[in-house]
Write a protein that binds this ligand. Structure first.
Ligand SMILES: [Zn+2]
Length: 145
């Protein structure tokens, strides 16, 4: 799938290198497409919020890692092409389901997580969805069926 976001890798840059000397305070940063601020396409900038500068830097590192994280999650999803092999009762199955949910979130929930969801109680099928039902009462409330 082609990415609609700016291709990675992304880098955390000091705001002073992208916005000038007036932005030297800790907690200020930019996210850019190059380690060289002069060559980077700046994706976003954050001005100082001094009381939580460490948290802001940690957030910046997480944001900058997003393209690589998305690529890794897609690789996990691609390694398990057939949904019938995903067992939500196993650690691996839960990891794959979580990876698919994160990819869907990054892609704007463009498609449901599962091609078909089921009820654990009656075995009923309910078509595409992001989660199944544990009890018949749940799908009766959600779908009327
Ligand atoms: Zn049911």
């Amino acid at each position: 799938m082609d990415a609609k976001h700016t291709p990675g890798p992304w880098f955390v840059l000091p705001l002073s290198t992208t916005m000038g000397a007036e932005a030297r305070e800790p907690g200020s940063f930019s996210i850019g497409t190059s380690e060289d601020a002069g060559k980077a396409n700046i994706l976003c900038s954050r001005f100082p919020w001094l009381e939580c500068a460490d948290e802001m830097r940690a957030n910046a590192r997480l944001i900058a890692a997003a393209p690589e994280l998305l690529k890794a999650l897609r690789a996990i999803d691609d390694a398990f092409v057939d949904d019938s092999h995903v067992d939500a009762d196993t650690p691996t199955g839960r990891a794959i389901i979580a990876a698919r949910a994160a990819v869907s979130k990054a892609e704007g929930f463009a498609k449901p997580r599962f091609e078909n969801v089921f009820c654990s109680q009656c075995g009923g099928e309910f078509g595409p969805g992001n989660s199944g039902y544990s009890h018949c009462e749940d799908h009766r409330k959600a779908t009327g069926a």
